[in-house]
Design a protein around this ligand. Structure first.
Ligand code: ZN
Length: 277
């Protein structure tokens, strides 16, 4: 637009007119550009976020609450167990963003409530490794390794006193993910091993009870005995059909009960309690 031309009267006038028109169009375009940038700035400052129904399909625990003009999100699992924070015992999450939901999914509080919900409400007893995988714990892999060692000892019917020695050997052989410390609260002590053993027992009993409930029929075998300390015991074996009645029969040891006397009523009450009433 500012092309140079030889200087004579007509050309000079044309140049001035052109320059004036160009300046006017430039000012107009600048004005419109400023308005656009202002309006876009305002829209960036106040984005309208909404709760999306599709989130409910992906996260079944998600709950949307309308409080006046505010929309809040809560977690039914964390609410049930009164987990601290806005999703559980608190007021509710006001950030209507997928990132906020994902942050909650990965929180240790939500994982703990999810595990409780699965066991209590949905009746799904998760495997121990799955439970451990849900724990937000840096020692997770160390716990899994030591649990495997304790499970080996239990399977081979070895003394629990050998657990600590087996852990020492694992440390010496530089087995990955082995705890290095040896105090009584660490996972390698016999007390830690005993805790694992109790956890295994509870889990296996849950599985066994679940198999019994799913079987259309089962039978019990009871045997009374008296040990050297003159204490009465009752050994319980059970036979049931696997796969909810579609599989072969299975006979398993279920428990060793200490009973005060050998009366029929006493035996009945103790066995009933073992089977979960
Ligand atoms: Zn939650």
């Amino acid at each position: 637009m500012f092309a140079w031309k030889p200087s004579n009267g007509t050309n000079e006038l044309n140049l001035n007119n052109d320059l004036h028109e160009d300046m006017e169009s430039f000012e107009t375009s600048l004005e419109s550009l400023t308005q656009e940038s202002c309006s876009s700035k305002i829209s960036n400052e106040k984005p309208k976020r909404k709760f999306r129904d599709a989130w409910r399909d992906k996260f079944p625990w998600l709950r949307c609450i309308m409080q006046g003009e505010k929309t809040l999100m809560k977690c039914t699992w964390c609410e049930k167990y009164a987990s601290p924070g806005p999703w559980g015992a608190g007021f509710g999450c006001i950030t209507l963003q997928l990132d906020a939901i994902l942050t909650h999914v990965n929180s240790s509080g939500h994982k703990l409530c999810a595990s409780k919900w699965m066991c209590d409400v949905e009746g799904k007893a998760m495997s121990i490794p799955k439970h451990v995988s849900q724990l937000d714990d840096l020692n997770k892999n160390k716990v899994i390794t030591t649990m495997k060692l304790m499970y080996f000892i239990a399977k081979k019917d070895l003394s629990i006193a050998t657990y600590q020695e087996l852990c020492d050997l694992a440390v010496l052989l530089e087995v990955p993910n082995m705890p290095k410390q040896h105090d009584y609260i660490s996972y390698t002590s016999r007390y830690g091993g005993y805790e694992f053993l109790v956890a295994f027992g509870k889990y296996l009993l849950e599985i066994q009870s679940s198999n019994l409930i799913n079987s259309p029929c089962y039978s019990l075998m009871l045997d009374e005995s008296t040990d050297n300390g003159l204490e009465l015991h009752l050994i319980v074996y059970v036979t049931y059909l696997q796969c909810g009645g579609c599989g072969p029969k299975q006979t398993e040891y279920m428990g060793l009960l200490k009973i005060p006397n050998g009366k029929g009523r006493t035996i009945y009450e103790h066995v009933k309690h073992l089977l979960g009433d």
